[in-house]
Structure formats: C-alpha cells, structure tokens
Design a protein around this ligand. Structure first.
Ligand code: ADP
Ligand code: MG
Length: 643
C-alpha cells in the first residue's frame, strides 16, 4: 500500500491555552533544580526507543537500515547549543502538533488555574504534569526539534521550533534526516554549564544511569604529549557515559538508597524522595520482578480513577507499556513502579492483560507487598505513616470495598479522627480504638457527616461524650462507601450512631433503662400530639436518652440510609428511595418539657416544626421550607421577649 506523503508546509501555530499558561508559570518559577531538564529529555528519548523497539516486534521493516539503539549528546560551544538525539520512533507532523503543542491530561486547566492563584513554589510542576518537554524552556530560549517518524510509509521529516512564548513553527526538514528525534537547546546566556561535558556527565550518572540504552556523549579525546606540543586541534569522540543496566534487574544488595531514589525520580518525574519502596523478585508459578514506590505527595489528578498512571510494564527488560493499571487495585493507584515478567508475551495488549491469569497472580503479589510495606511503615515509623495517610488515606479507604481478600489487612491500616482526638488529624487506628474501649463496650461506634466539625458537634454524640465513649468521626467523601463495606473489625461490629435504636454498652444501658420507662409513660400524650402535627414528615416520634444538650435529633432506621448518605446522593443528582426519619426528643430539655404545658394548638404546632427543622439542620440536612422556619422561630423569640 502506498500512501501519498503529506507535504509539510511551513506554518506558525498557536500553543493550546493550557500549554501557554504552563510555559508562563515555568518562566516565572524559581526552578531550583535545572538539571532535571536533561533527565526529562533523556527519559523521552529512551521512551521513544522503547516504542520503536516495541512497534518493530510487529513490523520488522521499521528497523530496516537503522543502527543499534542509542542516545547521543552533543555540544556546540560556539553556538551554545546542547543537543540530544535518539534513533527512536520519531514523530509525524500530526504527532508533533499533538505532543509538543498540547497537554492531554484531563483536569489540567483547573489545576493550572489553582496554581496561578496560589503562587506556590513550582518545583514539582513538571512532575505533576509529566510534561517534561516544556521544561526545556527553563534553560533554553529557543528549542529546535528535528524528527522523522519510523514508518513503513516513509514519513516526511519535520522541524518544530519555538521560543516558548505563544507559538511555534513547523517546517519541512532536510530529506536525509534519519529516523528519530534531535532536540537542540539554544541555551540561555547563564546556562553555560550545560555545555561542559563533566557537568552533563554528572547529571546522566545521577538520573539516567539505569536507562537501558547507551547514552553516548561527545568528549574531547585525550591528546598525546606530541599533539599537545604541536598544539594540534582537539579531536572529539562519543563515549558511553551510563551503565545502561536496568536497575531492577540488579540484586538488592548492589543498589544503594540513592540509586533507588534517583530511579524513582526519573520514573515519577518528581524531585521529592519516595516514602518507601519494595524491590522483590518472585520465582514460582509466575516469574516476575517488581520495584514499587510509595511517593511522598499525591498528584493533582489522584481522583481521576479513569486515567491511572503508575506501573510500567516490561517483559525481560523490554518495555511493553506505560500506565498498566491491571497490576494493582485502584485503591493503590498512588503507587509508582515497574513490573517485569518473562511470563508475559511481548505483543500483549491491554485487553489481553485484563483477563490473564499471569496478571492476576502478579497483581495479588504486588498488592500484598505494598500492604506489607505500609504495615511495617505504620509500625516502625508512625510519623512517616501519618504523612502517608494525609496524602493517600482517602484513596486507601476505597480498599475494603474493592478488595475483599485483603479487607482485614487494609482495615488495620485505616486511620480516623475520633470524638476524643484534638484535631482532625486522622491518626487513630481501629486497633487503638478497640484498646481504648469502655467497660462492657462491644461495638465500634461511628458517625458520618459532611464535615469534621459537623461530625464532632453532632447531637448524636452527646450521650457518648457523657459516658466517655469514643466515637469515630467519618467525614470524607469516601466514608459512607467505607462504612458500608467495613462492618466488623476484630470481631466487633461497627455501628452508625445515627441509625436504629441506641446500642450502648450494657453498663450504660442498664442505668438508662429505668429512667426511660418512666419518661415514656410520662410523655405518651405529648408524643401522640407531635405525631399528629408532623404527620408523614416522620416515620415515628419517640423519647430518647441519646441527647443531653440538644432538644431533638433525627434517626434513621437500622436498614436505611444515613442522612449523610442521602445528602450525598441528592447532591450528586441520584435517585433513591427516600424514607422519613424518626424524630427523637430529649425529655430532660426545657423546650421539650415546655411542650407539656403548651395548651394552645397553634403554638404547640409551631414548637413541633421548629424542633423537627432544627434537628434536620443539625444533621446537615436541608429544610423544605426555610422561610417558614425562620418566621416560626422569630415569632417564638418575640413571644419570649414579651412582644
Ligand atoms: P511525557 O513524556 O510525560 O508524555 P513530555 O512533555 O516529556 O511528556 O513529552 C510529550 C510527548 O512528546 C511524549 O509523550 C512523546 O509522545 C513526545 N516526545 C517527546 N520527546 C520525544 C522524542 N525524543 N521522540 C519521540 N517523541 C517524543
Ligand atoms: Mg517525558
């Protein structure tokens, strides 16, 4: 099949708005570590070679007349140009526009906006976006990319050039351009150190030593005594400066922490240190090696469950694909690393990965290792674990619902704020909670609410505070989901305190029982009247011992959804079977007591609706008719001050 070459015409093109914003942020940023620009370019070159290696497995024609895969680094001292060339996949004109003119990640626009507002230190910018290429403008005031796509149809080579301000120019490249890509950085005036081979060598050995293609750098040839005497012109040669050995294939004892950390940096495109890692070789039914990291900070799109970035897949050191989401469950999507297995064929596709036994085994192995890693971090370095939790706790909370097999282990890793913690720090484990349980306490109590403060001040907690019983405060978005899947820990049931009958420890229950019987009788008539007024707004009305300070609260039946869950469903516009709450009244509260003496029906009705509505508000609920509530309240207040 012959396809007409698309002729490349010289044209000036506008960067996508997001790119322009990013570039202007980069220009303003105090970018402390400029060396990583080189790391990013080498990483792109190596990716490009990985891609060609992979594509050529399907189509060997692509390698027709190419030499062995390599990356070259060259200096032009006179013109102050640093160039990086690879003989990888290259880019077609269309790819150039897509790859070097836009940012594809969703959510980018919003994130950029938040950055502009915050004016933060932008050091992690590049890592957050994974947009290494644009970082070139931190050290160069002009960048020229000359590239030719490896293709059976002889693509036309192109040149892309820009000074990183608003637009770029695409034009045809000379016909003898080899397959691959050359990036020329026209260095800014104060960036001369990037022209020095010893300096560049240091960067490569620090960040790119493990890249498994040779990186050849132009160096001056050592002169002989004679040549020096004769003042002969210096000759140059290309010298391979990296070890080009995949880090994960080496034995653990031969790799030091710094090397592991640097590898993480090049994998994650961040400059921070990883919190922890696990490097493990598994031999058995399935042979594979994993090197997995828990990063220090969450990427801005951690909540994007569709686009999971993280695991790079290799088969016997040959790169297969990026972002292989099949090797870890979603609740561990913050993990970065590589998996290399000789049991996966090179031409495997994402679809096949999805239902491969080998993948299932590797996934379960990786999951166990990461959970083990977190467990020992929690045990040995709680402070570090708290840091981890602050970044990724909410994601881990998806675990009990997603991963039944490891539910118990995940449960041990969870951390909560409680009615006894001083701040919303989420540092109490379920094991801590159980160790602090009151005498006779058999259940683990929790409350869910929209915010930490709402949970902390929930009227439902009053009786628990009075009797010094701790309650877990759940206010993350994911908590309702967690609570519906985590129903037991260490043989103890988790109980939502806003649902069902109060299930207190026996000791407390006995104390309350006698009082309850008396008040129930005492208030029989009142309850009847309240029910008449509220009608089908409530499922039931009853006296309660739940409350000490508040006059009333709303309770859901045990089997029903909590008020918090209903609120969330309503907000997200989902349909659900709504059910009416049970109104519980506090007989020791003055307002409830005064109901007894209220003979005027009209007034009695107003009291009832006020009590019902304020209980609804305290729950974080919305009133059906807020204006009438305010009017009722005002008329009661006026009556109180005697008007
Ligand atoms: P990322 O590497 O995370 O995708 P970059 O900003 O570093 O982001 O690169 C953007 C894209 O440009 C790459 O995904 C790739 O498609 C393309 N690209 C960059 N450098 C090269 C290169 N040397 N050869 C081929 N394609 C490249
Ligand atoms: Mg890159």
């Amino acid at each position: 099949m012959t396809v007409m070459n698309k002729k490349v015409k010289k044209q000036t093109m506008q960067f996508q708005t997001e790119v322009e914003q990013l570039l202007s942020l980069l220009a303003k940023s105090v970018y402390s570590n400029k060396d990583i620009v080189l790391r990013e370019l080498v990483s792109n070159a190596s990716d490009a070679i990985d891609k060609l290696r992979y594509e050529s497995k399907q189509n060997s024609e692509l390698l027709a007349d190419s030499e062995a895969f390599k990356i070259w680094i060259d200096f032009d001292q006179k013109e102050k140009i640093l160039s990086i060339r690879d003989n990888g996949i290259g880019m077609s004109q269309e790819e150039l526009v897509n790859n070097l003119g836009t940012i594809a990640r969703s959510g980018t626009a919003n994130y950029l906006k938040s950055l502009q507002d915050s004016g933060d230190n932008l050091d992690s910018l590049i890592g957050q976006f994974g947009v290494g290429f644009y970082s070139t403008f931190v050290i160069a005031d002009k960048v020229t990319v000359t590239t030719k796509r490896a293709s059976a149809q002889d693509e036309s080579p192109c040149v892309w050039e820009s000074s990183g301000k608003g637009d770029y120019v695409i034009s045809p490249a000379s016909a003898d351009t080899p397959v691959g890509t050359t990036i020329q950085l026209h260095l800014k005036s104060d960036m001369d150190n990037f022209l020095q081979d010893w300096y560049v060598r240091k960067i490569i050995t620090t960040y790119s030593d493990h890249i498994d293609v040779p990186i050849a750098m132009k160096v001056a040839k050592e002169q002989t005594e004679e040549q020096r005497k004769e003042n002969a012109a210096i000759e140059f040669e290309f010298e391979v400066v990296n070890q080009s050995k995949a880090l994960w294939t080496q034995a653990k004892k031969d790799v030091n922490d710094e090397q592991y950390e640097n590898f993480f940096n090049s994998l994650s495109h961040t400059s921070g240190k990883p919190l922890a890692w696990v490097h493990n070789k598994v031999e058995g039914k399935v042979d594979y090696t994993m090197l997995l990291y828990v990063p220090e900070t969450a990427p801005f799109d951690l909540w994007n469950r569709e686009k999971v970035k993280g695991i790079r897949l290799y088969s016997q050191r040959t790169f297969i694909m990026d972002d292989a989401e099949q090797f870890l469950p979603l609740y561990l999507r913050f993990v970065k690393g590589i998996v290399d297995s000789s049991d996966l064929p090179l031409n495997i596709s994402r679809e096949i990965l999805q239902d491969s036994d080998v993948v299932t085994k590797i996934k379960s192995g990786c999951t166990k290792k990461i959970l083990g890693l977190l467990e020992s971090m929690a045990k040995e370095d709680p402070e570090k674990y708290n840091k981890f939790w602050a970044q990724f706790g909410e994601v881990l909370k998806e675990g009990p619902g997603e991963d039944f097999a490891n539910k118990d282990q995940i449960a041990k890793l969870l951390r909560f704020s409680t009615s006894k913690s001083e701040t919303n720090s989420q540092t109490t484990s379920l094991a801590d909670y159980v160790a602090n349980m009151a005498k006779d306490q058999e259940k683990i109590y929790y409350v869910t609410a929209e915010t930490y403060t709402a949970a902390l001040h929930s009227p439902h907690l009053e009786i628990f505070k009075k009797h010094d019983i701790e309650v877990l405060l759940l206010s993350n978005r994911v908590d309702e989901w967690l609570a519906s899947h985590l129903t037991e820990f260490d043989g103890k049931k988790l109980i939502c305190v806003t649902k069902g009958e109060l299930d207190l420890p026996k000791d407390v229950k006995d104390k309350l029982k006698q009082e309850d019987e008396v008040t129930a009788k005492d208030y029989e008539d009142i309850i009847k009247r309240v029910k008449e007024v509220l009608g089908d707004k409530v499922k039931d009305v009853r006296m309660t011992s739940r409350l000490t300070d508040s006059p009333a609260c709303l309770v859901a039946d045990e089997q029903e959804m909590s008020a918090n869950l209903k609120r969330m469903l309503r907000q997200s516009g989902q349909d659900f079977m709504d059910s009416n709450p049970i109104l519980e009244l506090n007989p020791s509260h003055g307002l409830v007591q005064s109901l007894k003496s209220e003979s005027e029906d009209n007034m009695f009705a107003k009291w009832c609706t006020i009590l019902f509505n304020q209980a609804m508000l305290a729950e974080g609920g919305q009133l059906e008719d807020p204006a009438t509530f305010v009017n009722d309240l005002n008329s009661m207040m006026l009556r109180y001050i005697g008007n």
